[in-house]
Design a protein around this ligand. Sequence first.
Ligand code: ADP
Length: 238
Amino acid sequence: MRLILLGPPGAGKGTQAQRLVERLGVRQLSTGDMLRAAVEAGTPVGLKAKDVIARGELVPDDVVVAIVADRIAEPDVRNGFILDGFPRTVPQAEALDRMLNDNGIALDAVVELKVDEKVLLGRIEHRVAKMVARGEPLRPDDNPDSLKKRLDAYRARTAPLTGYYARKGLLKTVDGMASIEDVTAAVAAVLQQTLEGAAAVPARRRPLAPRTAAARKAAQRRSGRGAAARRLTVRAPA
Ligand code: ADP
């Protein structure tokens, strides 16, 4: 299962990605986490990104694309991944298409968590309050000025991706205003439909369908699709 979670800051992408990781047995690839780790480690990328992130602006496309290209090539994501926070611009989405194409893999779905903008600030304030209560260090971009810029960046540069993926027939929209459990159930349901839809496509319309049962099984093992479908069926909440 190869999936993109799309939605504004505070939509719950990180929370849902973590829950889906357990269900699907795939990796969460969060560019925000990767960039924060680079800042923490003081790498050249981290030094470039530090102030941009703190201001709530977007890190340049080439920097983020290079990080994701390296990560996607690692063996632990062979079974699939959930991209959280990437792509965030149309050029990033185009770069991702090229990367996937070069690796002979395809996206299964793009799930948009649709959330009323009015609740986003409140959600992030709630997260900040909980982190303060636990004595955890705060993110430098969780302040009103940077948050406004993060929302502006989402509206101007990321929101157009819904159209981009809708045109490719990959976009699934889920109500992100429901409870955490209900959102997970809704995402699991759309993924289940996607997997069943893929399985229902007649073999002759599938590109390069393996001809023998053994080859089919091997391909399924390589893509991890069979296992992901079984896990979703078994573990999706009622
Ligand atoms: P959130 O979704 O809460 O805004 P993230 O943790 O996904 O937070 O990202 C934090 C910051 O990291 C972003 O505001 C941006 O500066 C940078 N960043 C993360 N992913 C990308 C990306 N794909 N392109 C550009 N900048 C990014």
